[in-house]
Write a protein that binds this ligand. Structure first.
Ligand SMILES: Cc1cc2nc3c(=O)[nH]c(=O)nc-3n(C[C@H](O)[C@H](O)[C@H](O)COP(=O)(O)O)c2cc1C
Ligand SMILES: C=C(O[C@@H]1CC(C(=O)O)=C[C@@H](OP(=O)(O)O)[C@H]1O)C(=O)O
Length: 390
């Protein structure tokens, strides 16, 4: 299962095509819309989110709520397009009063994109480098999420820090096989702790007042996985590398850690590796989950736990210096309307990327044609694992 997106931030719409989806998968438009709304939410988002009300239109590949096994096309309209029809027109001449973006923002794709593509109007770059594109990814990943959910696999995320405010998680929870923290969706920053939520919001308020921006960290957790998804035989099989690449494809992600992450490098082996035990009902189990549910590039059957770090938003209302691409004078970087902090939204995008990687890995292992055969293959596999443990 793979996806491709198209669309500019202020163009008419974003489009995604998802290929390789098995037939017979039930798709819920409202579930995709819920995920799109989750991606739009979060304390610290800017004015654009007050304009957009993202909803999906499915224009191919689904009939009477079930997939046909053919490419699925999804469209998310940009409501802001009506304010940009002349400045973003596909054809005709540029308006005579067009303001070109010639003061690239440090930290964004503006300067390097302009150098690379031989333009001095950074709008040609930022329209697509904008994380507006991630709305299309979340819509597309709705298909992957439905597929995983049908096999008992759930993907969720929560924020662990914003700026200097952090949520310090209980280790016991992270090591539990049925791990799920509470009250994520009710927190304005997707943090399961009320006090930490308030501290994170206060950080965002302070940053906004100072014309600053913030980044942070979040965690994506996946439960209900069978062991042995992914592979160890070749570099491209390893889920570690595939998940890492998928997460690093999200704008502003600068770090990814699995399970205990970098901390493992400071501990000795016996403190890090997860002892193996036998449970007569389910088969081989683990006493802990420091590996974050991955060994040898494959799922262990414990929850997949992956953390990521998002850098601060590049657009600053108190801008850094830049060089004007027309005059070559030093000036302030441009101040586009912008988010102050988008860590909660980014966590939802990360859920989507993780769901895609896992859906594809499940299809590799259990077949690709239709849901009935895939479900039967998963059931038979679980049964074999139970038999092995007896
Ligand atoms: C959900 C989300 C929202 C974002 N919102 C903004 C924003 O409003 N303003 C901005 O300058 N950057 C924003 N970014 C970050 C930029 O898109 C990103 O820094 C830029 O594309 C450069 O890529 P890089 O940070 O990976 O180098 C956002 C990123 C995400 C994931
Ligand atoms: C529009 C969204 O986020 C945008 C991400 C973004 C950026 O530079 O990444 C810049 C801002 O938008 P614009 O493209 O209008 O400058 C954000 O509002 C969205 O997430 O839906």
């Amino acid at each position: 299962m793979r996806y491709l997106t198209a669309g500019e931030s202020h163009g008419p719409c974003l489009t995604a095509i998802v290929d390789g989806v098995p037939a017979g998968l039930k798709i819920s438009e409202s579930q995709i819309n819920t995920d799109l709304a989750r991606r739009q939410s979060g304390y610290g988002r800017g004015g654009r989110q007050r304009i957009e009300r993202d909803t999906v239109e499915v224009t191919s590949g689904v009939r009477f709520g079930r997939t046909l096994g053919t490419p699925i096309a999804l469209v998310v309209r940009n409501r802001d397009w009506e304010n940009w029809t002349d400045r973003m027109a596909a054809f005709g001449d540029a308006p005579s009063d067009l303001v070109r973006e010639v003061t690239p923002r440090p930290g964004h794709a503006d300067l390097v994109g302009a150098l690379k593509t031989d333009t001095s109007d950074c709008r040609n770059i930022l329209e697509r480098a904008s994380a507006r594109e991630t709305a299309a990814r979340v819509a597309a990943a709705g298909i992957a999420r439905e597929f995983l959910a049908d096999l008992g696999v759930e993907v969720f995320s929560y924020v662990t820090s914003i700026g200097g405010a952090s949520f310090d998680e209980d280790d016991a929870l992270m090591n539990a096989p049925d791990y799920k923290p509470l009250a994520i969706e009710t927190s304005e920053v997707r943090c399961p702790d009320e006090q930490a939520t308030e501290a994170m919001k206060a950080e965002i308020d302070r940053a906004k007042d100072a014309g600053e921006s913030l980044g942070g960290t979040f965690r994506v957790v996946v439960t209900g996985l069978v062991p042995g998804v992914g592979g160890y035989a070749s570099a491209g099989d390893r889920l570690t590398s595939r998940l890492g690449a998928a997460l690093f494809s999200i704008p502003a992600i600068k770090g990814v850690e699995f399970g205990m992450g970098f901390e493992a490098a400071r501990r000795s082996g016996s403190e890090v590796h997860d002892p193996i035990a036998l449970d007569k009902k389910v088969g081989f189990v683990r006493a802990s989950n420091n590996a974050g549910g991955l060994e040898g590039g494959m799922t262990t059957g414990m929850p997949l736990i992956v953390s990521a770090a998002m850098k601060p938003i590049p657009t600053l209302m108190t801008p850094l210096e830049t060089v004007n691409l027309d005059t070559l004078e030093v000036e302030e970087a441009s101040k586009e309307r912008s988010d102050t902090c988008a860590v909660p939204a980014c966590a939802v995008v990360a859920e989507s990327e993780v769901a895609f990687v896992l859906a594809e890995a499940y299809l590799e292992k259990f077949g690709r044609d239709n849901m009935a055969d895939i479900k039967a293959a998963v059931k038979a596999y679980r049964q074999r694992l139970r038999t092995m443990a007896r």
